[in-house]
Design a protein around this ligand. Structure first.
Ligand SMILES: Cc1ncc(COP(=O)(O)O)c(C=O)c1O
Length: 467
């Protein structure tokens, strides 16, 4: 039977879809229609409207996956009706989630590796960051209460963080001590962290793959500085690593880099399965070093197959497919497959960095070095270079006319005057596509020479999504 067999009802005859009465008028947009429409017609209207979203594969702003193997599509379809919170009804999905937690605990060198692992899936790094942050706050509060000290002024220290940490701080009433940037220093460093520590610090959050410049923050150096602080003052401040991107990159492409549970002070790590974990959108993970690092009163215990399935989440119902697809990737790719895919992305990032660097007007800020950041590149206009009018916002706008989304944005405090542009190289941004983008970029620069920009775009007009 065809997908939409409309032939049996005279109300929805099998006519050419665009000649139908439904599609020869504009459909209602802001009020629910009074009457039913044929599935075929409604589908076509929605499908057509989505074309205006642009092509996700050309979206080089996002860190999230825009390519998936057919088997992932198939598994997602098979799981469309599975609610991952129903551990009793879907015990095998629950088992698969627990295995993924084990696999990540092992990948990140948890002392619990092999024997379990403490953690859970989330909808992404934002939810995972909330859970990691809450655990830090709860543990700090417990400690302060025991010492008979006030618990009303918690703070957290970060470098230039993704917006999820601003949300965490505001929603959970924690003062965010975000280290301001300086010319040429785009990351946190141990000295700046130490300046901000006190007994109300619930934790330090370095990012493995800073959203703005894509670089890794120095987790080990910060941990060593905090070790010394503890030896000198007794202050014992834990680290949570935001590994939204880096958590799925460093283990394969920079295995010697110590940033994970090899460092005893690292108590928890979040990552996005839907970024370099290669899972479809809606998948994140948070793992604690050991069971005692996750305060018990945050965990709701759900009985499951005679065992005990702890749940810690902001949501209740959630689709199970993303978790299943994550597990598929683990099996399908193994460490070798992840390394191959990510290495190809780093190579393409470096290729583009060289091309863009050779164009003349640009200075690279990050060139896709796999030891120090994620497969991405970021650049700015060289100091003193006369563009004769155009800004990076104009360049982003011009590239958009060919469908490319390459965001330009200003840096956070105290470097707001620096505007940079960034490309994320994900699975599916092939060398071939990259070379076409480079051709288009050169064409844009020629265009600006032939048609000088007299009224450049401002950040408000031209600043794109970049988180
Ligand atoms: C460093 C970092 N943390 C957190 C997030 C938020 O992740 P998610 O979109 O998975 O919620 C991002 C997203 O880009 C990020 O880059």
């Amino acid at each position: 039977m065809p997908l939409h067999d409309t032939s049996k009802t005279s109300e929805f005859p099998d006519e050419a879809v665009y000649a139908s009465t439904d599609l020869s008028v504009a459909m209602p947009k802001y009020k629910m229609p009074e009457h039913e429409h044929s599935a075929r017609h409604a589908y076509q209207v929605v499908h057509d409207e989505l074309m205006l979203d642009g092509n996700s594969r050309q979206n080089l702003a996002t860190f999230c996956q825009t390519f998936a193997e057919p088997e992932i599509h198939q598994l997602m379809d098979e799981c469309i009706d599975k609610n991952m919170i129903d551990k009793d009804e879907y015990p095998q999905t629950a088992e698969i989630e627990a295995r993924c937690v084990n696999i990540l605990a092992d990948l990140w060198n948890s002392p619990e590796a092999g024997g379990g692992g403490t953690g859970c899936s989330t909808t992404g790094s934002s939810e995972a960051a909330m859970l990691g942050g809450m655990a830090l706050k709860w543990r700090w509060r417990e400690k302060m209460k025991k010492a008979g000290k006030p618990t009303d002024r918690p703070n957290m220290i970060t470098g230039p963080v993704q917006i999820c940490w601003h949300k965490f701080a505001r929603y959970w009433d924690v003062e965010l001590r975000e280290i301001p940037l300086e010319e040429g220093r785009w990351l946190m460093n141990p000295e700046e962290v130490l300046k901000r520590c006190d007994e109300n610090t619930i934790g330090v959050v370095p990012t493995l793959g800073v959203t703005f410049t894509c670089q890794y923050e120095p987790v080990k150096a910060v941990a060593e500085a905090l070790d010394k602080l503890q030896a000198d003052t007794g202050l014992d401040i834990p680290i949570h690593v935001d590994g939204a991107s880096g958590g799925f990159l460093a283990p394969f492409c920079a295995p010697e880099l110590e940033w994970d549970f090899r460092i005893p002070r690292v108590k928890s790590i979040n990552t996005s399965g839907h970024k370099f974990g290669l899972a479809p959108l809606g998948c994140g993970w948070v793992i604690w070093r050991e069971k005692q690092d996750l305060p018990e009163d945050l965990v709701f215990n759900v009985n499951y197959l005679g065992g005990n399935m702890p749940t810690f989440a902001l949501n209740f119902s959630r689709p199970g497919g993303q978790i299943v697809a994550q597990y598929y990737n683990f099996l399908r790719l193994g460490k070798e497959g992840y390394r191959n895919i990510h290495t190809a992305c780093y190579d393409t990032a470096r290729y583009m960095a060289e091309e863009i660097g050779a164009m003349g007007p640009f200075e690279m800020i990050f060139d896709g070095d796999m030891k120090s950041g994620i497969p991405a590149l970021a650049w700015k206009i060289k100091d003193g270079f006369d563009t004769r009018g155009y800004t990076l916002y104009d360049l982003a706008d011009r590239l958009r006319s060919r469908g490319w989304q390459v965001p330009a944005y200003s840096m956070p405090a105290n470097q707001e005057s620096v505007v940079i542009q960034r490309i994320l190289v994900r699975h599916g941004v092939s060398r071939d596509l990259a070379s076409l983008l480079m051709d288009d970029m050169r064409r844009c620069l020629d265009w600006f020479v032939a048609h000088p920009v007299t009224s450049p775009l401002s950040e408000e007009e031209g600043g794109g999504y970049h988180h």
